[in-house]
Design a binder for this molecule. Structure first.
Ligand code: CMP
Length: 136
């Protein structure tokens, strides 16, 4: 079934010059990039995007990190793209994410409270539509 998902290339990915490499992997997998833009996130966007994590110990470091530089936001389209992009991205912790994935190949820990894990991808049809409305 054709779906849409929201992808963010986080400030670590943009700052490290990995935007092209990440978009290359998405296109090589066969997903369409329906919308794409680079922007500085606002605190309001991040509060909405990360509402489910409010109160967790990593919440404020995560918001501060996401404000630390520009992000790239994209809407991807394709059959089962929500699950497919999360598979491309790899698991949350970049140190142990499987080689072959974006996080596993390009990410690692940097000794900080926040997990700088390069990308975000929506986890369900409902979150995708909610997140797309935050960023586009
Ligand atoms: P993301 O997919 O954007 O969703 C929430 C983010 O919080 C996650 O990627 C990580 O960047 C971060 N995160 C999740 N769990 C932890 C944790 N235990 N410690 C630090 N950061 C975390």
């Amino acid at each position: 079934m054709t779906e849409r998902t929201l992808v963010l290339i986080k400030p670590d990915g943009v700052q490290r010059g990995l935007t092209g490499e990440i978009l290359r992997r998405i296109e090589a997998k066969g997903y369409a990039i329906a919308e794409l833009k680079k922007l500085q996130a606002s605190t309001e966007q991040l509060a909405a995007h990360y509402a489910e994590h409010e109160g967790k110990p990593f919440y404020q470091p995560l918001v501060d990190f996401m404000l630390s530089g520009p992000v790239v936001a994209a809407i991807l389209e394709g059959d089962r793209v929500i699950e497919g992009f999360r598979s491309l991205a790899g698991t949350t912790d970049p140190t142990t994410a499987a080689p072959g994935t974006i996080r596993g190949d390009l990410g690692r820990d940097w000794g900080e409270k926040v997990q700088k894990n390069l990308v975000h991808g929506s986890d369900s049809v409902e979150s995708a539509e909610r997140e797309i409305s935050i960023w586009f």
